[in-house]
Write a protein that binds this ligand. Sequence first.
Ligand SMILES: Cc1cc2nc3c(=O)[nH]c(=O)nc-3n(C[C@H](O)[C@H](O)[C@H](O)COP(=O)(O)OP(=O)(O)OC[C@H]3O[C@@H](n4cnc5c(N)ncnc54)[C@H](O)[C@@H]3O)c2cc1C
Ligand SMILES: NC(=O)c1ccc[n+]([C@@H]2O[C@H](COP(=O)([O-])OP(=O)(O)OC[C@H]3O[C@@H](n4cnc5c(N)ncnc54)[C@H](OP(=O)(O)O)[C@@H]3O)[C@@H](O)[C@H]2O)c1
Length: 256
Amino acid sequence: MSDEKFTRQTLLDVQTLTPSLFTLRTTRDQGFRFRAGQFARLGVTKADGSVVWRAYSMVSSPHDEFLEFFSIVVPGGEFTSELSRLKPGDELLIDRQAFGFLTLDRFGDGRDLWMLATGTGIAPFLSILQDFEAWERFDRLLLVYSAREGKELAYRELIEGLEQRDYLTEYAGKLQFIPCVSREQYPGALEGRITTLIENGGLEAAAGVALSPEHSRVMICGNPQMIEDTRALLKARDMQLALSRRPGQVAVENYW
Ligand SMILES: Cc1cc2nc3c(=O)[nH]c(=O)nc-3n(C[C@H](O)[C@H](O)[C@H](O)COP(=O)(O)OP(=O)(O)OC[C@H]3O[C@@H](n4cnc5c(N)ncnc54)[C@H](O)[C@@H]3O)c2cc1C
Ligand SMILES: NC(=O)c1ccc[n+]([C@@H]2O[C@H](COP(=O)([O-])OP(=O)(O)OC[C@H]3O[C@@H](n4cnc5c(N)ncnc54)[C@H](OP(=O)(O)O)[C@@H]3O)[C@@H](O)[C@H]2O)c1
């Protein structure tokens, strides 16, 4: 076995969602283990031979044979300009080790699991929802996914098909999917930012359940300003970060 800190994987599939969003599927090293919600560092080799690394959350579940990722294309971005050029058959470097604390280990109890995402921040929640644990442990799973425009809401089919999967049918009815679109009216979606919808009560009204320190456990992922603003709103309701030295109701992952 090579003693490099990464393995070389092969791109199996690339799907373009919009000019700035795409998904990619790769082979998976047999030794690569992760908890749903974690991320890995991906590396792409530039024309000059240097390698650029960035963190990416796994979309696929820990029991899938492949790895899947969901990516933005940042105009002029050092990493995504290269990544978005790759085609099936090309090579992607992937760290041997997975990282991150946006996992269910953060919460010892709780009745309702709220997952709040902006943009590509939906990725870790797709992994968590494709695994059993959240479905076993929580009575309600609330997936709140905010994008600027309706066409940027990815993985609709995967989300809508979760409760029909053989291993999840016994939990059917637990998941509530609440898409939010901030820059246009879009059928079936709430209108506005997650923060606005928490402040004006629209999110809890749509969910039919309150955000409370007693029952809610809240994971937040994506835009760092959204995370900061949401944390402040939750803190005002006595909900705080779960730390190893102090139990809490909130866990976050900033994407930049
Ligand atoms: C723990 C962790 C997990 C991550 N997981 C993902 C993931 O699953 N999918 C993903 O697309 N990115 C993810 N990112 C972001 C990713 O690491 C890179 O920032 C992204 O690939 C852009 O790289 P770049 O070199 O092209 O631009 P950079 O120079 O890295 O970023 C330039 C700017 O682009 C914006 N930006 C960066 N990433 C995003 C994003 N995801 N959505 C919207 N705006 C963004 C920010 O304004 C940032 O300052 C994650 C980051 C962290 C820290
Ligand atoms: N040129 C384009 O048409 C276009 C389209 C999409 C993305 N992009 C590029 O992609 C990047 C942004 O990607 P993105 O749209 O996935 O991410 P984003 O800007 O983080 O927006 C995703 C969602 O998060 C919301 N949001 C942002 N800040 C928030 C805050 N403080 N509190 C609560 N909600 C907040 C947005 O609402 P708001 O809509 O209210 O901000 C939107 O609903 C940029 O680099 C941009 O250049 C460009």
